[in-house]
Design a protein around this ligand. Structure first.
Ligand code: NAP
Length: 360
């Protein structure tokens, strides 16, 4: 009996021993394969480095895109081609210089008379810039400064004298004139063949006929900018904001002459936003800072900003909300540096043309 119990205990011990040995066998990796271990360690290191690099690149790209979007939202991403008015004006001035030289070779010195009445500081700056430009292009520019209290008759007498002077090919009376002048009568007194501002009724009428002699300088400059930007005007839907004789009306005529379908808007126009949103070409000439919102602009549209407004900080701003519009437009002009330099360049072009026309 005792012997039987001892055998049972011994059998249980052997079973337990075998179970322990089996467990130890299961954990034993067997003979060590060092090459296999090294490969496995190498793979694990590469996986870890890969994961770290992946996370690094991911974070980097994430931060980069984040900053990009941040800048985009804060400062807006300019996707439009910015039409550099200074650059195009320089090209126009080169052409004018070549033409004045050609005229000089034929014994003709191109003459421009610039008349400034009063002491408006902005007008004085414009006149100084115009005469400087003219002289740089070989044009003989003369300043005629009259006091603010000059009479209508006094100014008409000067215009008549300049009109009769064969050395003067172009006459520019700087606008606006002091309030007591009848501006229309002064402009009408300039001989049409010397009206290099293109504002005489005869010259405006010729633009309306599609047979221009002198085109108003600012709209002419806008057309040059559109051409420089490769904008197809024929068949385009164009919206002109502003209907002044100086800018809006001749602008609309020039676009219509170039086969655009034109809508001329003004302060009584309803649905301005919808009209702008449907336009392939937008010309803003209202004198209202950022009236034209960027969100109105049709993607890919050409935006020409004529407006010159002084912001609260004293800086010049246009009639278009520039940053937002530049994120949608195909081409856009900045303010300053867009239309302004082109207006001056087109005055020079009209002046040299006036001299060329005297030769027949
Ligand atoms: P303007 O004679 O005062 O004419 C402004 C035009 O804008 C008017 O036809 C007016 O409509 C319209 N208008 C005003 N508020 C409007 C609104 N809320 N919505 C729609 N239309 C509105 O001015 P301008 O002589 O044509 O000049 C316009 C801007 O261009 C100004 O900022 C000026 O300084 C600038 N400019 C620049 C150059 C250059 O070389 N860059 C040259 C000339 C002018 P109504 O006819 O109904 O009153």
């Amino acid at each position: 009996m005792v012997q039987g119990s001892v055998r049972v205990v011994q059998a249980r011990r052997r079973q337990r021993q075998r179970r322990i040995e089996r467990r130890v066998d299961a954990r034993d990796p067997g003979p060590v394969d060092l090459d296999r271990q090294r490969r496995w360690i190498g793979i694990r290191i590469r996986i870890r480095i890969g994961i770290r690099i992946g996370i690094g690149i991911g974070i980097g790209i994430g931060i980069g895109i984040g900053i990009g979007i941040g800048i985009g939202i804060g400062g807006r991403v300019v996707t439009a081609t910015v039409l550099d008015g200074k650059l195009v004006a320089a090209l126009v001035k080169d052409e004018v210089r070549a033409r004045t030289q050609a005229l000089a070779a034929r014994g003709v010195t191109v003459g421009l008379a610039v008349v400034l009445v009063g002491d408006d500081p902005a007008s004085a700056v414009y006149v100084k810039a115009k005469t400087k430009d003219a002289r740089e292009c070989g044009i003989d520019a003369t300043d005629h400064r009259l006091p603010a209290d000059t009479s209508q008759a006094g100014l008409l007498a000067l215009v008549a004298r300049l009109g009769a002077d064969p050395r003067v090919h172009g006459i520019l009376v700087q606008l606006p004139l002091p309030k007591h002048f009848d501006t229309d009568a002064i402009i009408a007194a300039i001989p049409p063949h010397k009206d290099v501002d293109g504002l005489h009724p005869e010259n405006l009428g010729r633009v309306a006929q599609g047979k221009p002699r002198f085109t108003a300088c600012t709209p002419a400059g806008c057309m040059r900018l559109l051409a420089h930007g490769g904008v197809t005007v024929a068949g385009a839907s164009a919206v002109v904001l502003g209907r002044s004789v100086l800018v809006g009306k001749p602008m609309a005529l020039l676009l219509a002459n170039a086969d655009a379908t034109v809508t001329l808007c003004h302060s009584k126009t309803r649905d301005l936003a919808e009209r702008v949103a449907a336009a392939d070409i937008v010309i803003a000439a209202v004198g209202r800072p950022e009236l034209v919102r960027g969100a109105w602009i049709k993607p890919g549209a050409a935006v020409i900003d004529v407006g010159i407004n002084r912001g609260a900080d004293g800086k010049l701003i246009g009639d278009v909300e520039y940053a937002a519009a530049a994120a949608r437009a195909g081409v856009i002009t900045p303010v300053p540096g867009g239309v302004g330099p082109m207006t001056r360049a087109c005055l020079l072009e009209n002046t040299v043309r006036a001299a060329e026309l005297t030769l027949g």
